[in-house]
Structures are given as structure tokens and as C-alpha cells.
Design a protein. Structure first.
Length: 513
């Protein structure tokens, strides 16, 4: 307020007016009555000199800008106030405050490129984990906010991460938790788990019944289309027809939105994912309107393809022409293969082959992998990434599925990867087995690789033994998500009990994890 006076020259030039204004302001001064006159005198003197009055605190003392000390101005110091506040916290609130501090420290470590070593948490090793332990951890971390259950998870901003409420979607939100608890309830008859499952499902259904519209980020794992996929997974796991009804409600609501708003083209969060969600729903319901909507989105997808020196590519994840399942050509080609399955138009085969032609230009024979070029501008070269999201893991699953859907020969789909079709699984198995992962999550971690190896039936149990002493990473533990956190890890561990769960990573609900 005092600073604003400096913006009015007439007050600075007229002493009488200035004094009246300052005296009026002084009446509103809120401070200790014991020191009121002294503080007001210091503030007036400062403003008369054209200086903004400043103060700082030292223990319980208030100190003015000119060095005058008002002893024991405060009844307690900042440190004492903080200790009092901490003592009033419940154990659960105290743990949340620790998590917030840990995240800020983790941001500092990441900025200084000090690696992911983090001693503040006792991070469990994979050999210590069970689905039940993960479920109990999830239950303990529920927050009741105005009658609504909320879970705290990591939020990824442009330059840092923070904690925030989980969204309703599949990749990192509560939909993934619903899929995990649906599977968990097939093994454990626990009323607490059932109650948590019902609360999560209730919130997802409320989302569907709300007027939330389709945004520009909308794919198979993020955004509104991920709820269709979630309902279909729940329907497959539980055989409860109500989830199929809600899948249709969600799809119908999305069809009322403007399809042109979908910004991306990829599988994870763009048009390719929307196509797969609608065609999976069409395959179950035989309702032609879902096929027709998928065709419309498919036309938008094909029209967005750009010609390259060899083949075609799309702009995704902030860069163009990526390889991979999540954001690259294999995931998009898989969506087009779904369209071919139901439409049998040869134009789809043409686009599939053109997409693969471009993607194969990113193949590095020495690394036995398709390069991840997201950070090529920064590092000057592609990255050797072997995971579901980027690199050979997801590409392999996508192309095998393309073969199943279209009949395109495996030797044509994998001609750069292995010389003989008998070597496909072996080559992939060796590459994945050798991959070292900091995280354990399904999207880009070691349990994602384990699930991939199980699906191709190559050295899966050997790899599981190899990683048993790996500890969960800081991000694994602080993400509740299916693809990037603990609920997806729990889902894969459940499949070790032969529950015959849908294969989420392979996008084939009739194949186990």
C-alpha cells in the first residue's frame, strides 16, 4: 500500500495532503499495541524519504529496515509455530506433508541430474510385493474430500512434478485402479477391497453421467475414450453387463462432441486410441453407429498423415514421425488394422504398410531396435528404448496384432528385425531381457517387459527372477496409475495367480496379460 503512494506525484509534492493520507492509513495499521507508535513512526519516516518500509523476523523479534529491534514482538518464533503445527497433524496428514517435501527434493535431484537415488523412502523390492500389499497401500492413501474419495498422485508439469488429485482416466488415474481392484476381487473376498472398488466405479460412472465433453487429449489410455476401454475391461473381468451399458453411454456422449477437437493422432492420447476403443465396443455390441464413428475418426487420422522420403508419419508427443506403440507409427498402424478388420478396404492396408515403411527407417540394426527420437534435437541422436511405449517391445506387440487382424505376413512386418520368422520371438526376448530399467511400471518399466515376455512366452520367469531384487522407483510408489504406477504393477502380479485377465498391453481382451 505504501508503495502505491510513490505512483502519485501530487502526494509527494504536497506535504499536507501526504500527511493526511498517511495518518488515515496509519489508523488501519494492524500491529502490537505495545509497539504501535514506534512502528508507525518508522513507516511514516520511510515514506517521507521515498523509501518503502521493510521488516524482517529473527526468532521472536521484529526488526525494521533501519535496524531497530522490537524484542519478543511475537509470542513464538516461526520454528516454534511450525513445530506446534506439526504436532497437531494426524499421522496421515504428516505422511502427506513428507510426500510433498520428498517430491520437491526429487525435483531438485532431477534438475541436478543426480539420478533417481532417493533415501527418504524405504522403497520395497519386487520380491516383497504382493497384490494384497499394493491394495492395502492404495486403501491407506484414500482421502475423503467433501464426501468424495480422492487419491494423491504425481502430476507432470512442463519443468517439474508435483502432487495432485488423480484424474478419472486409465493411464494414471482411478480407472486403472478400478481395473486392478476388479481383478483383485476375483482372488480375495475382502469387503474393504469391494467397497473401494464400488466407490471408484461410482465416481467413474458419475463422470460418464456428467456433462464433461471430449477434450483435445483423448485416446485409449488418456481422456474420455479411455473410459470406454475401462468399462470394456471391467465387463471382461467381471462379466457384469452394467459395464457394457456404461461403455455405450460414454461412447454416445463422446459422439455428441466435435471429433475435430481431438488434437493428437497417437494411440495413447489421440485418434488412433479413439478408433480402437470404438471398434472394440462395436465388436461386443454390433451397434453400427460405433463403427461409423470410428470410420469418421479414421478418415481424420489418414488425412493427417504426412508423406516422408519413405512412407508416412504423424505429428505426436510434440514431435513428428515417432516410432513405437504409444505415440508412434506402430500404434497408429494398429488402429488402422482394426479398421481394416471391419471394413476390408484396401486403402487401410496401403496406409499400414506406408506407416511401417517410415518406422523402419528408424531401425538401428546394431542396437536391434527402433530408435526413440523424442529428444533427438537435444542429444543429436535417437535413444535405445526397449519398452511398451517406445522401442521394440510395443512395436513387436503392435505388429503381431496387425498380422492377426489383417493377415499381412510376419516376414513383411519384421523384415528389418529378424532374418527368419522363427527368430522373431527369440530376438525380441534377448533385447528385452538385456534392458535395464529404473522403473517397474507397465509403460516403461521392468514389469512391463515381464508382461511382454510372458505374452511371447520367452524367458519370462527367468527375467522375473532377474528383477526380483529391483526396488520400486520413487515415481512408481507415488503414482497410483495403471500404466505408470502401482495399480498396473499389482495387475501384472495378480496374473501370476493364473486369473486369466485381459491383456491390456497387447490390446487384445481375449489374451491374458
Amino acid at each position: 500500500m505504501y508503495g502505491n503512494i510513490l505512483n502519485f506525484p501530487e502526494l509527494m509534492q504536497d506535504e499536507t495532503r501526504r500527511r493526511h493520507v498517511l495518518e488515515h492509513m496509519g489508523k488501519g495499521l494492524m500491529c502490537s499495541e505495545k509497539y504501535r507508535e514506534d512502528i508507525l513512526e518508522y513507516e511514516m519516516e520511510s515514506v517521507y524519504k521515498g523509501v518503502i518500509p521493510v521488516f524482517h523476523i529473527e526468532n521472536r523479534n521484529l526488526i525494521t529496515g533501519n535496524g531497530e529491534v522490537f524484542d519478543n514482538y511475537y509470542s513464538c518464533s516461526i520454528e516454534e509455530r511450525l513445530i506446534k503445527h506439526i504436532r497437531k497433524l494426524s499421522e496421515k496428514n504428516g505422511e502427506l506433508q513428507k510426500r510433498i517435501i520428498h517430491v520437491q527434493l526429487y525435483n531438485c535431484l532431477k534438475r541436478e541430474e543426480a539420478g533417481a537415488v532417493y533415501d527418504a523412502y524405504m522403497l520395497p523390492a519386487l520380491r516383497q510385493l504382493t497384490p494384497k500389499r499394493i491394495a492395502d497401500y492404495f486403501v491407506q492413501n484414500v482421502w475423503n474430500i467433501n464426501g468424495k474419495c480422492e487419491w494423491i498422485t504425481l502430476q507432470y508439469l512442463e519443468t517439474e512434478i508435483c502432487l495432485g488429485a488423480a484424474d478419472d482416466y486409465l493411464y494414471g488415474g482411478i480407472s486403472g485402479a478400478a481395473v486392478f481392484f476388479a481383478a483383485l476381487n476375483k482372488k480375495y473376498n475382502d469387503p474393504v477391497y469391494q467397497l473401494i472398488f464400488e466407490k471408484i466405479v461410482c465416481q467413474i460412472k458419475l463422470h460418464t453421467e456428467s456433462d464433461a465433453k471430449m477434450g483435445d487429449v483423448c485416446g485409449l489410455f488418456t481422456g474420455e475414450a479411455s473410459l470406454i476401454y475401462t468399462y470394456l475391461l471391467l465387463y471382461k473381468i467381471t462379466e457384469d453387463d452394467s459395464y457394457l451399458i456404461y461403455a455405450q453411454k460414454q461412447a454416445d456422449k463422446m459422439m455428441e462432441s466435435d471429433a475435430f477437437k481431438i488434437d493428437g493422432d497417437d494411440l495413447l492420447s489421440g485418434k488412433a486410441g479413439v478408433i480402437i476403443a470404438y471398434l472394440e465396443l462395436y465388436g461386443v455390441t454390433d451397434s453400427r453407429k460405433y463403427l461409423e464413428f470410428a470410420i469418421i475418426i479414421g478418415d481424420l487420422l489418414l488425412n493427417g498423415a504426412g508423406k516422408r522420403e519413405k512412407g508416412i508419419g504423424w505429428f505426436n508427443s510434440g514431435q513428428s514421425n515417432l516410432a513405437g506403440m504409444a505415440h508412434g507409427n506402430s500404434g497408429i498402424a494398429l488402429a488402422i488394422a482394426f479398421l481394416w478388420k471391419y471394413c476390408k478396404s484396401e486403402k487401410y492396408i496401403h496406409y499400414i504398410k506406408a506407416a511401417i515403411d517410415y518406422e523402419d527407417t528408424l531401425y538401428d540394426a546394431k542396437l536391434c531396435n527402433w530408435l526413440d527420437i523424442r529428444e533427438c534435437d537435444r542429444y543429436g541422436e535417437g535413444k535405445d528404448m526397449a519398452a511398451w511405449c517406445h522401442g521394440c517391445g510395443g512395436i513387436y506387440l503392435a505388429r503381431k496384432r496387425i498380422h492377426e487382424l489383417t493377415g499381412i505376413p510376419l516376414e513383411e512386418l519384421f523384415y528389418v528385425f529378424a532374418p527368419n520368422k522363427e527368430d522373431y520371438d527369440t530376438c525380441l526376448g534377448k533385447k528385452l531381457f538385456a534392458a535395464k530399467k529404473e522403473n517397474s511400471c507397465l509403460c516403461h518399466g521392468s514389469l512391463g517387459i515381464y508382461a511382454l515376455l510372458k505374452q511371447i512366452d520367452v524367458e519370462a520367469e527367468e527375467y522375473r527372477e532377474e528383477i526380483k531384487n529391483q526396488c520400486l522407483s520413487f515415481e512408481d510408489m507415488n503414482n497410483i496409475g495403471f500404466m505408470n504406477g502401482i495399480t498396473g504393477i499389482g495387475y501384472v502380479l495378480l496374473d501370476e495367480d493364473n486369473l486369466k485377465l485381459p491383456g491390456v498391453l497387447g490390446l487384445n481382451m481375449s489374451i491374458e496379460v
